[in-house]
Ligand binder design. Structure first.
Ligand SMILES: Nc1ncnc2c1ncn2[C@@H]1O[C@H](COP(=O)(O)OP(=O)(O)OP(=O)(O)O)[C@@H](O)[C@H]1O
Ligand SMILES: [Mg+2]
Length: 499
């Protein structure tokens, strides 16, 4: 019998006295795709980080191919052929794709010749993976989904034997997801061992050979994927039967006035976007990566300035800026928590309060109390699981960071809520909570515009779905439209598109 590619024995990890991984034993075979699932904060990323050398276990051993190893740093892990694609991303923003892919080998000699062979190798890898990446582009100009592709390319360039992917599909649209899952199967067939962490249980079951469930830092069960159902997995993740049905939004009252209206929005790729959203209405925006969804939200918020006019309650926002928008009652929950939404070294409370500081300029003491109450209420409504609200955001699990990002904007009680990927990285139970939260806010009269790469989510949440393609609106679909119709609109009739 061949030795397991990875053998984890008795691994423990605590942070300031709180055990986050407890006595983990796990064997993963060479060429196996192993799914790892669990609620937000269950310890999935922590386990991957230990394998990837980003952090050290407090106890236990790890063996690769039957040999016990000591992984003290990412460098050690890379030397063992282990490559971790983390939730946070690990690229050098100001460098090109090419430079990032071959980063670790900079010190090697060979200058120009090296550059030429690197370029060839990268082209071959891009071909092999089916990715669409421009090798010369700076990575900070790339969408998150594409940045992740660069990380995968880098792992492959290093000849990784073990690829650990922490929620890789959270940032992908349908088509890219399918492509990545196909790539995972091909890599595994070629002998690469893959560990896949994901909150999309169907996807895990479709691609994994075996699945492990973690709950509160303990391993609940490992089993063959073919013998599991999403429902069983959820039960084991949460520890009880729960309903994961999405709520229906309340119908928009006949007389509900238009709150947010935009005419002729445009900038760069985005052209001629018109929209009206009434009080109590949830408008979904669908489209592929690069279709201009995020850009449309940014234009509505005034984060970027372009053509067209945005009105709130019939009043045009002149000299449109985020400040103006906030004053008019528009809030934006951005796509990337790291870069745009949260100050990672500050605490949950500080982050939640930061966004609402201008309105709260009352005496410092009054403010503290009001703050604490407000933070408590809001954190509770999105169920942020932080042992200590004073802990820095960067110590929270990925899903809890997403919830904090959400909470941050709710204190202002906006009239218009623009949300980009509301449940990215959030577990199935928390996701239903966020859906309830959004539909409740709408039922209270808020106008909501929501972008999501997950078609199911958009169809479940929205009263209407607007589809963008290449930056232009190509159709608007009422609630009840089938997934196929919306996906087809997002892709376009590729043949018919050609003149
Ligand atoms: N640097 C740290 N300091 C303190 N606590 C931490 C730190 N890193 C992680 N934790 C805690 O460890 C626990 C497990 O976190 P982990 O990131 O592994 O969860 P996860 O299963 O990946 O969740 P998610 O699905 O939200 O990504 C959480 O309670 C988290 O707050
Ligand atoms: Mg995680």
């Amino acid at each position: 019998m061949t030795a397991p590619a990875i053998a984890v024995r008795g691994v423990e990890k605590s942070y300031s006295g709180v055990t986050v991984l407890h006595d983990i034993d796990l064997d993963i075979a060479p060429g196996e795709v192993h799914g790892l699932v669990g609620e937000n904060g269950a310890g999935k990323s922590t386990l991957l980080k230990i394998l990837g050398g980003a952090i050290r276990a407090d106890a236990g051993t790890i063996s690769f191919d039957g040999e016990q190893v000591s992984i003290g740093s990412p460098r050690d892990a890379i030397a063992q052929g282990v490559s971790l694609i983390s939730q946070e991303g690990a690229l050098v923003p100001a460098l090109s794709v090419l430079d990032n892919v071959f980063l670790a080998r900079w010190s090697q000699r060979g200058g120009l010749i090296r550059a030429r062979t690197d370029r060839k190798r990268l082209a071959a890898l891009i071909e092999q993976t089916g990715f669409t990446v421009d090798p010369g582009e700076r990575v900070d100009r790339l969408a998150i989904g594409v940045q992740q592709q660069v990380e995968i390319l880098r792992s492959l360039a290093r000849g990784a034997r073990v690829l650990a992917l922490d929620e890789p599909t959270a940032v992908l649209t349908e088509h890219e997801k399918a492509n990545l899952l196909g790539l995972i199967r091909r890599l595994a067939a070629g002998g690469t061992t893959v560990i896949l962490v994901s909150h999309f249980l169907d996807e895990v079951l479709s691609v994994a050979d075996r699945v492990t469930v973690l709950r509160d830092g303990a391993l609940v069960r490992t089993g063959a994927a073919a013998e599991q159902t999403p429902r069983q997995l959820v039960r084991d993740m949460v520890g009880r039967e729960i309903d994961v049905l999405y709520p229906d939004p309340r119908p928009v009252p006949e007389a509900a006035p238009v709150v947010l209206s935009a005419r002729g929005l445009g900038r760069g790729l985005v052209q001629a976007v018109d929209l009206d959203v009434r009080a109590g209405e949830i408008l979904g925006i669908a489209g592929l990566v690069g279709s201009g969804r995020t850009e449309t939200l940014r234009l509505l918020f005034g984060a970027d300035r372009g053509d067209g006019v945005v009105e709130v309650d019939g009043v045009a926002l002149t000299r449109h800026s985020p400040r103006r928008s906030m004053a008019a009652g528009i809030a934006l929950v951005p796509e990337s928590r790291k870069e745009q939404g949260l100050v990672m070294v500050r605490s949950v409370s500080e982050n939640v309060v930061l966004s609402s500081l201008p309105q709260r300029r009352v005496g410092p003491f009054v403010r503290k109390n009001a703050e604490r109450d407000a933070v408590g209420t809001v954190s509770k409504s999105v169920d942020i699981r932080a042992a200590d609200p004073g802990a820095a955001i960067e110590t929270l699990s990925g899903g809890n960071q997403q919830k904090a990002l959400f909470a941050k904007w709710l204190l202002n009680k906006p009239r218009v809520l623009l949300i980009d990927e509301p449940t990215r990285g959030v577990d199935v139970a928390a996701k239903t909570q966020i859906h309830h939260l959004i539909t409740d806010l709408a039922a209270d009269g808020m106008a909501v515009v929501c972008v999501s790469s997950e078609i199911e989510e958009l169809l479940a949440l929205s009263h209407r779905v607007l589809v963008l393609r290449h930056g232009r609106p190509v159709g608007e679909y009422p609630r009840g439209t089938s997934r196929e119709v919306v996906v087809a609109a997002a892709f376009g009739d590729q043949e018919g598109d050609r003149p």
